[in-house]
Design a protein around this ligand. Sequence first.
Ligand SMILES: Cc1cc2nc3c(=O)[nH]c(=O)nc-3n(C[C@H](O)[C@H](O)[C@H](O)COP(=O)(O)OP(=O)(O)OC[C@H]3O[C@@H](n4cnc5c(N)ncnc54)[C@H](O)[C@@H]3O)c2cc1C
Length: 401
Amino acid sequence: MTRDLIIVGGGPAGASCARRASKLGLDVLVFEKAVHPRRKACGGGLILQVRESLDFDISSVIEREQCGLRLHSPSGIIAESHRQEITGYTVRREDFDYLLLKKAEEAGAEVIQNTKVTDVVEEANCISVITNEEREKAKLVVGADGVNSTIARKSGLHERWKDNEIALTFEASIPMDSADILRISGSPEHHECVFIDIFFGATPLGYAWAFPKKNEYSLGIGAMVSVMSNFKESWVKFVHNFMERHNVECDLSQQTATRIPLGGLIPNLCSKRIMLAGDSAGFVSPATGEGIHYAIESGMMAAKVAQGIVEGRSDVTTASYAKTCRETIGNDLRIGRVLQKLLFKSTENMERFIRMCEKDEVMKEYSLELVMGYVPFKTSRSRMTKRMLRKHLGQAIRLLI
Ligand SMILES: Cc1cc2nc3c(=O)[nH]c(=O)nc-3n(C[C@H](O)[C@H](O)[C@H](O)COP(=O)(O)OP(=O)(O)OC[C@H]3O[C@@H](n4cnc5c(N)ncnc54)[C@H](O)[C@@H]3O)c2cc1C
């Protein structure tokens, strides 16, 4: 039997692709190597567009609503931006991803868990997906198997990330009393709404985050592999500072090291019968590390293109998918990469940027827009550049040179 579409990986990219493709009438099979709900190292920060993109309610898995952002400079200066309305959400990835996968099944996709795909072979009229136990055939494959994608590697679309394209992260979800979480992150005006915190320079040329959930805090650090040093020590130091500052005890025994692609779009997003989506294609913002929204969007775009191909439309090929991704997500990532290179070039640049934000309400607002994805990166870049040139010329010149 030849399936219409086999999706490798049941994370946000794979599950969203599976749901959309099934709803469009395709015969869909998903292979997932883990058994959901599974742990996934992640801050679990969702921008508002994630909720808007999905055609079902996710309130059951929302842990906290955010109403603002605190950016911490390497020397400890804080630029705090706050809004009356909700600015984003946090989720536990085990619950969020499980819900997405259940919604894919509900729409008609067959999901086989606990099954690792080991190879993929393109043949004349179909493509074979090989697992430890079986060999399944399909018209098309979507590689949604994350940053260490087997599909990208085995198909020759992407061999490996260079050290300046990939960040290493250290993260733990640390159990904590809800009362302590609200004391640390709660907004004085809307008690149940929280701030998320980002600490620039918590590790050399990298950053740390503290994202509150209902009963746990995601505390993590990340830096490009090309510049990282004393990584685990930086994480331990960051968590100790957090405990001391907020007078809480944290269990440090459960941290996970993972990679996150921050180099922008990879050159080859597709072959004749394969499309890469989500992290496997490098769809993560190089400036903010946000990848869940791009994973969902790219999964859905791949589903739409798969429908066109399966229906035999002569104007639709996998190259149509690559083109759409380049024109939409690609533009964001290109600009994100420029911002990343500027901001994380030196500790001084991070300090300069946060100081500008701290002194200037407009810059503060623009940084919130950037992190929360309210406007395309292009708009953020242009607004920030104009503002810096008008109000912070000396600092802007130092930032740029
Ligand atoms: C520490 C950290 C913090 C982050 N914080 C945030 C954040 O706060 N907000 C945000 O938006 N983004 C964040 N990201 C990025 C975000 O986690 C990813 O962009 C997102 O998970 C990408 O979704 P995906 O579906 O492409 O891949 P994944 O979520 O990685 O899913 C891939 C799936 O494929 C499965 N799989 C892998 N290989 C195989 C195989 N061979 N066969 C079968 N199945 C396979 C895996 O088990 C997994 O379930 C963070 C990333 C890290 C590492």
